[in-house]
Structures are given as C-alpha cells and as structure tokens.
Design a protein around this ligand. Structure first.
Ligand SMILES: Cc1ncc(COP(=O)(O)O)c(C=O)c1O
Length: 400
C-alpha cells in the first residue's frame, strides 16, 4: 500500500487550487458559477512576448540551458532590478526558476535545517507554510490586524523572532490582502531585523507593478541597504506580464544562496523552459507601456468591488493598496443562519454557503491563516464582478 512520506504528511494541498477545482466541477454539472478564486490576470500575454517565444522555437533555442537560467535572461533581470528597484546584482547573484513559486521552494530547500523557524505574517499566501514544512522547517505565524491594513507591525515581528529564526517571508503587495508596505513601514521592520543578524529576508515582490493611486512600491533591500547581504529579492513575470502559464520566476540575492539554489535545481527540475526564458527576456527588455494601463483597469475594479462589498450586510472590506485581491471580514455573519438553514460558524461555512446559494466561488480566510475573512480575486471582467457582488449582497441580505 502507498504511504506518503513523513514530510509530505505535514502538508495540505493548496486551498486556492481546490477552490478553483470545486467551481469547475459545479460548472461542469451545469451550475451558473462566477469564480472569484483565480490568482491570475484575465489579460492575454502581450504579442511582442509571444513573438519572441515563436522566434526562439524557430531559431532552435529548444535545448537544455544552464539550470538556473540563460545569461541573456540573467542580464535582463539585473537590468530590471537596477532600473526599477535601484538594486545592483551581478548575473552570478541571479536565480531563474520555473515560476516564482519554485524560486521560494528552492530557497527553502537550499537553506533550512530541521527546527529552523520561518516567520510568516498572517494572512499569508497559501504556499509559504507548506513549502517550509516540505523543506523540514517550522512556520511561525506573526498575526496582523485588519485595523493595521493587514501589515506586520515591528512589535509583532520582534515577538515572533527567536534564536532559531532563519527567515522572514515578506509579501508586498500581498496575496491575499492586497496590503502593500510603504517605505516608512519597511524601515520600521528593517530596524527590528537589524537587531537580529541570524534572520534572512525573502521578499516576494510578485505584485510590484499592481499598486494604485499614488502608492510608491519599494522593496526592503532598497530601503535598508545593510540588509542586502541577507535578502533574497524575488519577483517574476507571471502577474505583471500576464504570463502565469509560462512559468518563469526570478530572484537576486547573496551568491552562496544562489549557488545552493542552483544545486537544488541541478538535481531536480533542471532549467525552466528555454522558450519561456526567451519570452521573459522580451518581457523585461521590451516595451513596458501596457503595465500602467493594466494597473489602472485593476484599480477601477478594486474600487468597484470594495464599494459593493461594503454595501453588503455583515461584510466590512478595507481598501488595499495593490495586487488584485480584497480580504473582507465576514465577522458580521458568523453565528447567523444561511438560506439553507445551516448556521454559519466559520469563514469556511460562509464560502461554502455562498457557493451553494448564489454560485459565487471565493476562498475562505482560514486557508490564509486569518479568520473570519475571505479572499476575492478581482482579476476578472467588470460585468462579472458586478454580477458576483450583487449575488454576494443578495446572499448576505438573506442570512438571518
Ligand atoms: C504572492 C505570490 N507569490 C508567488 C506566486 C507564484 O507565482 P508563479 O505563478 O510565478 O509561480 C504567487 C501566485 O499566485 C503569489 O500570489
């Protein structure tokens, strides 16, 4: 009989992938489902990027490459970090992996020993704790509060750090809350980190280009250059360039860590797709002019969703600075009775009853480590968002 390994037994499957699968199954049964659970832009990959990939195929760039990326892509990543973040990396300090997810996974596998702790603010992206567990480490959760815009305070960070802390994982703008840290907020966290030289920082900047209004994105190694020597600055083309299926993520960091991550890749995945790497070179070096208009579209959707959710009885939705998620509280509905007659005891019940009654698929907050909330992705058309929010309003109005 098959049994899972002890390390895999500690891991749960991704709740966001499960929510998507449930919605697809109901749709296949003929139900009218609106999915607000997807973590990817609804835009198509820009034509110049597709053309670069086609050219790579035609030019025969279809063979193995260096495990952690072609020199041309590493050079493009160095250019991006210098141009957009004021960070200087040499190509030897760059890792390219099959997706941002794989960058984080490779960093954890390359660095963690049993008992090493990784501080993860809640609510967190679903994969962080489980990747830490697979790598043999221990996730340590640092709670944030809706009143603080779901941002980690210096005090909460200080309280979470122990002599066993190896990493802090920061994610700004955040999946699932959309919260993004200002320069001053990052400086406050950096001051704490300066007192704990054993703690490295993995900053997940995947949603860098999706910030709204006059919010200015900054990343921690830029805010506190003294942390550069122990920061892995991670990013990727998935969200900014609508390239989720191409599977290219990258990071800049200290060379010994980058070398160790290459060793992991050399004995596991080997290189990311050669064709996707050439597409990513074009994404980073080519025209960037569609990024701002795309962000403007997301900003309009954010404003629509926040406004409509705040009109729903029992919900409270803060206005986040970035990404394409909102993280409303459903505290006002806990303990009340859904149209089905079932009592809503948790955010998981809320999401299940909403799907059942109105066919709207969202992801419950417990999956992200902070309840009672739920996550909505507004990376879908304005018409669908209006329809979904009307259904949510109807559902909340019917809860008694
Ligand atoms: C915060 C965050 N980091 C990393 C990733 C992974 O990105 P990729 O699709 O490039 O693996 C995601 C994707 O949803 C994300 O939301």
């Amino acid at each position: 009989m098959f049994t899972e390994s002890a390390s895999l037994r500690r891991v749960k499957p991704s709740a966001t992938i499960a929510a998507g699968a449930r919605a697809r199954a109901l749709r296949a049964e003929g139900r009218d489902i609106v999915s607000l659970d997807a973590g990817e832009p609804d835009f198509d990959t820009p034509e110049n990027i597709k053309a670069a990939a086609i050219k790579a195929i035609q030019d025969g760039k279809t063979k193995y490459t260096d495990a952690d990326g072609i020199p041309e892509l590493k050079a493009a990543v160095c250019g991006k970090f210098a141009r957009e973040n004021g960070l200087t990396y040499t190509p030897a300090q760059i890792n390219v992996s099959p997706g941002g997810k794989a960058v984080i996974f490779n960093a954890m596998v390359a660095s963690l020993n049993p008992g090493d702790e990784v501080v993860i603010p809640t609510p967190y992206w679903v994969s962080y704790p489980d990747m830490v567990l697979i790598a043999g480490g221990e996730p340590v959760f640092a709670p944030t509060r809706a009143e603080d815009g779901f941002k980690l305070s210096p005090e909460a960070l200080e309280a979470a750090i122990t002599p066993a802390t190896r990493w802090l994982i920061l994610n700004s703008p955040s999946n699932p809350s959309g919260a993004a840290y200002t320069r001053a907020e990052l400086a406050g966290l950096a001051a704490v980190l300066m007192r704990h030289p054993q703690v490295w920082i993995l900053t997940d900047d995947m949603y860098e280009h999706l910030v709204y209004g006059d919010f200015e994105f900054t990343t921690i190694a830029q805010v506190e250059p003294a942390l550069y020597e122990r920061t892995l600055t991670m990013n990727g083309v998935s969200k900014a360039y609508a390239m989720t299926g191409w599977r290219i993520g990258y990071a800049g960091g200290p060379k010994p860590l980058i070398d160790a991550m290459r060793k992991v890749m050399s004995q596991s995945t080997s290189n990311p797709s050669s064709i996707s790497q050439w597409a990513a070179v074009e994404a980073l070096n080519g025209p960037q002019d569609f990024i701002r208009p795309n962000a403007k579209i997301f900003e309009g959707r954010r404003d629509l969703v926040v406004s409509m959710l705040n009109q729903a009885r029992g919900l409270a939705c803060p206005t986040p600075e970035g990404a394409f998620y909102v993280y409303p509280s459903c505290a006002g509905l806990i303990g009340k009775t859904a149209p089905s007659g079932k009592v809503i005891a948790s955010d998981a019940d809320f999401a299940a009853e909403l799907l059942d009654a109105e066919g709207v698929s969202v992801v419950f907050g417990a999956a992200f480590g902070l309840s009672p909330f739920f996550r909505i992705s507004y990376a879908t058309s304005t018409e669908l968002l209006e329809d979904a929010c009307q259904r949510i309003q109807r559902f909340c109005g019917a809860v008694g």
